[in-house]
Design a protein around this ligand. Structure first.
Ligand SMILES: *Cc1c(COP(=O)(O)O)cnc(C)c1O
Length: 363
């Protein structure tokens, strides 16, 4: 059931959504829940929207088996806003935030975090060109670190953590934007998880945060009220108008995920899809992957042609047959195929066959 027959979108975000979800979203635009008007016209203070928010929160908790001492909150400003809001909410002015630098997005989080207090690079893979995740045993964690920030899936570099790290008593803060709900997560390893929803879930601007209760209450007085985690939680996320349509889309995506069997079912499927591409990349020297095996992302497959002059041709020919948005991140270069939950197998098969064919013609 393709919207545009034979067109496949490999964008890193905003990214592919299931056609049936888009269809439901379309229907909500004319008449939402039989109200006779659109969701876009519905008051956020109404019972219908309140119920939708409660349901969606509950779906997130169920999907990831989130324990009761964690809160789920909807925030605005995209994942990048959290680079500042995490220290404003969780880092006392004299404390030190720890950062593990594994690629473009963790570097951005670190850079922004430095504006709000002392930052300490606990570990970095910059020296090896962001080709791996430094082993937790090598992280320079010490008692002075108030929290440790990580980016478990580096969207631009195609690097993914091999598992949920154990940082002991130091709260782990994770930007899970590009892997949220793609795999089961050991929530109790984390103090806070946040994710912009436009990568694996749909709408831009919306952020889902899962925060351990005991971390609340540390916000600096100057933290804007609408961005104060505790204030939003206490006031049922209704201090100001939430991103209603975005939350609705997330709700539809969670329904869809549930139908697919949840994170335990999509995870092996996501692994299998990425393996189909990595296998071709590793077959000979025509393509390469800059990331070491063991740390390669199952969401964002970053690769390139050894002969760089082939890359533009690859993109042009791919686009001509409907394989869209395969260019790498502007900072990382190369090529990238994003394989989020909603990426259909036919898309991966079409790309795999194009890659094999391209190699045969130009290799
Ligand atoms: C895309 C992305 C961001 C930035 O998200 P915005 O919503 O555009 O601010 C941050 N972190 C990661 C891991 C991302 O993939």
């Amino acid at each position: 059931m393709n919207r545009r027959e034979g067109v496949y979108n490999f964008s890193a975000g905003p990214a592919v959504l299931p056609p049936e979800v888009l269809e439901q979203a379309r229907a909500s635009l004319s008449d939402w829940q039989g109200l006779g008007y659109s969701l876009l016209e519905a008051p956020f203070t109404g019972d219908e929207f309140k119920a939708l928010m409660d349901t969606t929160r509950h779906q997130i908790k169920t999907a990831l088996a989130v324990p009761d001492h964690y809160h789920v909150v909807f925030l605005q400003g995209g994942a990048s806003a959290q680079f500042s809001l995490v220290p404003l909410n969780l880092l006392p002015p004299a404390a030190t935030g720890g950062y593990v630098e594994t690629g473009h997005w963790s570097a951005r989080a670190l850079e922004e975090g430095c504006r709000y207090g002392r930052s300490h690079v606990v570990a970095s893979a910059r020296g090896t060109g962001f080709d791996r995740v430094p082993a937790v045993t090598e992280w320079a964690l010490n008692d002075d670190i108030h929290y440790c920030h990580i980016t478990p899936n580096e969207t631009a570099n195609g690097v993914q953590f091999p598992g949920d790290p154990d940082c002991g008593d130091i709260p782990l803060i994770a930007d899970m934007t590009s892997e949220f709900l793609s795999r089961p997560v050991d929530i109790e390893r984390y103090g806070m998880i946040y994710a912009g929803t436009q990568k694996n879930l749909g709408p831009t601007g919306l952020v889902i945060a899962i925060i351990r209760e005991d971390l609340l209450g540390q916000a600096r007085p100057e933290t804007p009220t609408v961005f104060n985690y505790q204030a939003q939680i206490e006031r049922q996320n209704r201090i100001n108008t939430p991103l209603m349509f975005g939350i609705y889309l997330v709700h539809l995506m969670l329904d869809w995920l549930e139908e697919k069997g949840g994170v335990n079912a999509v995870h092996p499927h996501n692994i299998a899809q990425s393996q189909d591409l990595y296998r071709i990349i590793d077959e000979d020297d025509f393509f390469y992957c800059p990331v070491m095996p063991g740390y390669r992302s199952i969401m964002n497959v970053c690769f390139g042609t050894r002969d760089e002059s082939q890359q533009q041709r690859f993109l042009a020919e791919a686009e001509a047959i409907g394989l869209m948005n395969l260019a790498g991140h502007s900072h990382a270069g190369g090529l990238r195929a994003s394989l989020y939950n909603a990426q259909p197998d036919e898309a991966v098969a079409a790309l795999a066959s194009f890659m094999t064919d391209f190699r045969q013609r130009y290799g």
